[in-house]
Write a protein of this length. Structure first.
Ligand code: FES
Length: 238
């Protein structure tokens, strides 16, 4: 079915986009950089991290680019002092919520949270650290779950459900007690649904999910492989 093409403005530039696309998709298709964390191309978008917020003309509210559909005549701003401040705050709040000790993390140097913090010039945080005492689940024969590094982006939950069809992961509890659980809140090693495919590990943007046997700095994720797999699946189901 042919797509309807609509006109929008992004950072003052008049561009065209397909009806039904999100602001993020339209922006990226037109070469605009919008930072993201919980979004991973190929998985459903949930708007959890609020890092991709953009400004829309005519309202003071900020909108998540990954879940907001474009509309004819929309005028979008992807970069401003206000957005930089807001994105910085969102990352700082993630950093203080758990224990992101990069120097002792398996994903140090290959972490999307760390990269975003660096690109936003975050050298310190302005909020009190929660310093929660969180467990590390080593029960799986091949993988590790370190709750201390988890930012609850749910990319693992979606990769497992939408690509592997196993639905091992879910989020339990609320607020600062929210945490990822496998199967019915059993240890990962006891999760009967887990196929050991590792898609959740590759989708994870931080060191929360990692393969065993990797030391500090060694875990390099292949999140683009998850995206490629999703594209193949989408192509074969047409
Ligand atoms: S990337 Fe859009 S809210 Fe997280």
């Amino acid at each position: 079915m042919p797509y309807k093409i609509i006109s929008i403005r992004i950072d003052g530039e008049l561009v065209t986009a397909r009806e039904g696309e999100t602001i993020l998709e339209a922006a990226r298709a037109n070469g605009k950089q919008v930072p993201t964390l919980c979004y991973l191309k190929g998985l459903s978008a949930v708007g959890a991290c609020r890092v991709c917020m953009v400004e829309l003309a005519g309202t003071d509210r900020l909108f998540p680019a990954c879940t907001t559909p474009i509309q004819e005549g929309m005028s979008i701003r992807t970069a401003s002092a206000k957005l930089a401040l807001y994105r910085r705050m969102a990352i700082e709040l993630l950093l203080v919520e758990r224990n992101h000790t990069c120097s002792a993390c398996v994903s140090n140097g290959h972490c999307e949270l760390q990269s975003l913090a660096q690109s936003l010039g975050i050298t310190h945080v302005r909020y009190a650290y929660n310093n929660p005492h969180l467990p590390v689940d080593m029960s799986h024969p091949r993988f590790v779950l370190d709750h201390n590094r988890c930012i609850l982006c749910t990319r693992c939950v979606r990769a497992c459900a939408e690509l592997e069809g196993a639905s091992v992961w879910a989020v339990a509890s609320r607020s600062i007690y929210s945490h990822i659980v496998s199967d019915l809140n059993d240890e990962w090693g006891n999760a009967h649904n887990c196929t050991g495919c590792g898609k959740c590990v590759q989708a994870c943007p931080t060191g929360a999910l990692a393969e065993k046997g990797f030391a500090v700095h060694e875990m390099v994720k292949q999140s683009d492989a998850v995206t490629r797999l999703a594209a193949q699946r989408a192509g074969s189901s047409r």
